[in-house]
Design a protein around this ligand. Structure first.
Ligand SMILES: [Cu+2]
Length: 340
């Protein structure tokens, strides 16, 4: 090959690589990682992107050079020279990709193995998904159950995930991983949060009419803040159980069934807005023309019997009719809280 040709090929290749790199770097394709696992996934992503940019540059350089250099001139009707095979080239374009694909496989396998590795010292959180809410409970803290995932910074967490009804999928974009929750089995995910903040928890498996609303939050806190959050939750639960409404068992049922993930209710300290504010139940019951406790019970066991104005049917789960009677009673008691 003449030196001039090589110089031109390299120049075109570098230009193509520069354009591709700019697109890769300056478009925010992925969120900034917030966990160690997401860092490893990011590494694999950039490793593969780097290889892709190099191959793209090579292909673009050869194509552009060939199109320009070997194009047919206006009055040129002749055939091209006959060529047959080039053993050296064929060996190169077989061996080189084989090496690259093997490298990608090895790097991915190492990242996957590291991401699945669970250190001995870790926090366990049980995740329960149902149409269309998440709930998170902490066996270490006597089954403390909440609707937003609170995590201490830099501590490995094992999520043990179950579904009550259909297949859901747990996804926090900043943690970089997705894991399905499948009825009948327990699936697992390891997360080591490394950045403070509040991130969305998204259900990323179409699971029914309310799928788009099946969202919560993952809140990464300093370990000291996490400890005082746990204490405050435990204190609130203890206080509620001494209240006149017998909120203890009712509050627990409220939190462990994901009610707090959709409803605002002051006695439970919840602030979600997918469903109506349950602090206004007496007024809503009056509007529906029903006694308060009958209205509340019906709203839970048969949500579509009466649809509160401004809300849609089939969003509130209709599975609560299978709650044990005792839990249902406690829940109704907790919601009406001594009101008539
Ligand atoms: Cu879902």
């Amino acid at each position: 090959m003449r030196r001039g040709v090589l110089v031109r090929l390299v120049a075109v290749g570098l230009a193509a690589a520069a354009v591709a790199s700019a697109v890769a770097f300056f478009v925010p394709w992925l969120p900034t990682p917030a966990s160690k696992q997401a860092d490893r996934i990011d590494f694999v992503f950039w490793f593969v992107t780097g290889i892709s940019i190099a191959i793209f540059a090579l292909v673009v350089a050869v194509i552009l050079y060939s199109v320009v250099r070997f194009r047919a001139r206006p009055d040129d009707d002749s055939d091209g020279a006959p060529i047959h095979g080039n053993t050296g080239l064929e060996i190169a374009w077989t061996a080189f990709p084989a090496v690259l694909v093997t490298a990608v496989a090895v790097v991915s396998a190492v990242a996957l193995a590291q991401n699945e590795n669970l250190p001995k010292k870790h926090l366990q959180v049980n995740v329960l998904a149902q149409q269309f809410a998440w709930s998170f409970s902490y066996p270490k803290y006597k089954g403390l159950t909440v609707s937003a995932l609170h995590l201490p910074l830099n501590e490995a967490v094992e999520l043990k995930m179950r579904s009550k009804d259909v297949i859901h999928s747990f996804w926090v974009p900043q943690f970089g991983q997705k894991q399905d929750l499948v009825p009948g089995i327990t699936t697992k995910l390891v997360i080591t949060p490394k950045r403070l903040g509040t991130y969305p928890v998204v259900c990323t498996e179409l699971c029914g009419e309310g799928h788009a609303l099946m969202r919560s939050e993952a809140i990464v806190m300093k370990p000291t803040a996490f400890a005082s959050w746990v204490k405050a939750q435990e204190r609130a639960a203890a206080k509620a159980s001494q209240g006149p409404s017998g909120g203890g068992p009712g509050l627990a049922v409220f939190n462990s069934n994901g009610c707090s993930g959709c409803h605002t209710f002051k006695p439970a300290g919840s602030t979600a807005t997918t469903g109506p504010d349950l602090d206004n139940l007496p007024a809503d019951a009056r509007r529906a023309g029903k006694p308060l406790s009958a209205f509340v019970r019906e709203s839970i066991v048969d949500p579509n019997a009466y649809i509160e104005k401004g809300y849609q049917p089939n969003i509130m789960p209709s599975t609560f009719k299978s709650l044990p009677k005792q839990q249902l009673d406690a829940l109704v008691q907790f919601l009406i809280g001594g009101k008539k």
